[in-house]
Design a protein around this ligand. Structure first.
Ligand code: HEM
Length: 273
């Protein structure tokens, strides 16, 4: 996966000075703000308990299957999962910054390897926790997260392969798609909060089995993926109208993300740290 500064820079996106570029930067900054809150929660809640051996403390907040006395395999998978969750969430944000890619290509390469490793660990370990350990509430949720895991593994392989073959334009496209689906569990939390604040929780079932739960189980990966695809196409060869349309969509998404992330901090994460 050896590269040069010039080859990585060649994969940089279209101009950042037009509306589409500015909207993409705005949307990225809102995602970064929301994901940094998620990282802060993971560090202050899960790292604090896991690294001090207080595994039973995972259950201080409502989760499906956290610490179970005597279940060494399940508890170990859970520990690795929450430790890697902060690595992938922070690492993904770093990978997408163009200035880091062009100024510190070695950092981009090493962080990229760590990102791929954490993506595989979370996806494969998550699949085992879902189907092996039985950590699921509603079947739609279990199938939705399974689809997400398969997309993560597939896109990680394609991003890695394109980088190995020095196809940096393709590598950037697969990496952006990977970021979209690897952020699905975070989008799900933000989506629940934004929807809850807007509708008072319409369609959310007690066992997360209502119409909105079923929708979000798949939408949490497929909608970010579709929006990433629209952005990639508009920035590569979109008409001026298409570029403006996608720019407007990214601004709306950014505003929803800001609201949902604020809500997630106040309701889901902040109260437990
Ligand atoms: C790739 C990014 C991922 C991140 C950042 C992530 C993060 C997390 C976090 C923070 C938790 C702790 C639960 C909480 O406090 O809400 C968790 C639990 C869990 N995750 Fe993931 N996860 C990811 C991917 C996956 C995937 C792909 C799967 C399944 C295929 C999965 C399955 C699970 C399961 C089953 C639990 C236990 C849920 C519970 O007992 O409530 N995760 N994950």
């Amino acid at each position: 996966m050896a590269t040069t500064d010039a080859s990585i820079t060649a994969a940089k996106p279209a101009r950042r000075t037009d509306w589409l570029g500015r909207a993409a930067t705005f949307c990225y900054l809102t995602i970064a703000a929301g994901q940094l809150l998620f990282v802060a929660f993971i560090l202050l809640y899960y790292y604090a308990r896991t690294l001090t051996g207080n595994f039973a403390g995972w259950n201080d907040k409502p989760i499906i299957t956290g610490y179970v006395a005597g279940d060494t395999a399940g508890n170990s998978f859970f520990a690795v999962h929450v430790l890697m969750a902060a690595v992938i969430t922070f690492g993904g944000l770093v990978q997408l910054v163009p200035a880091i890619r062009s100024r510190w290509p070695a950092l981009h390469r090493w962080n990229g390897r760590l990102y791929l490793l954490s993506a595989l660990t979370l996806a494969l370990g998550g699949l085992w926790m879902t189907w092996g350990r039985g950590s699921w509430l509603a079947l739609a949720g279990a199938f939705g997260i399974t689809l997400d895991a398969l997309l993560i593994v597939g896109f990680a392989a394609l991003a890695w392969q394109a980088a190995r073959h020095r196809q940096f334009v393709d590598h950037r496209r697969w990496a952006i798609r990977l970021f979209a689906v690897a952020s699905a569990v975070w989008f799900m939390r933000v989506g629940y909060m934004a929807w809850g604040m807007a509708t008072g929780g319409a369609g959310i079932g007690k066992a997360l089995d209502g119409p909105f739960d079923i929708f979000l189980a798949f939408a949490n990966s497929l909608i970010p993926l579709a929006i990433a695809e629209l952005y990639l196409r508009a920035s590569a060869h979109g008409t001026p109208a298409a570029r403006k349309g996608v720019a407007a969509l990214l601004v709306v998404c950014g505003l929803i993300i800001l609201a949902g992330s604020g809500g997630a901090w106040m309701m889901m994460w902040g109260p437990y740290i």
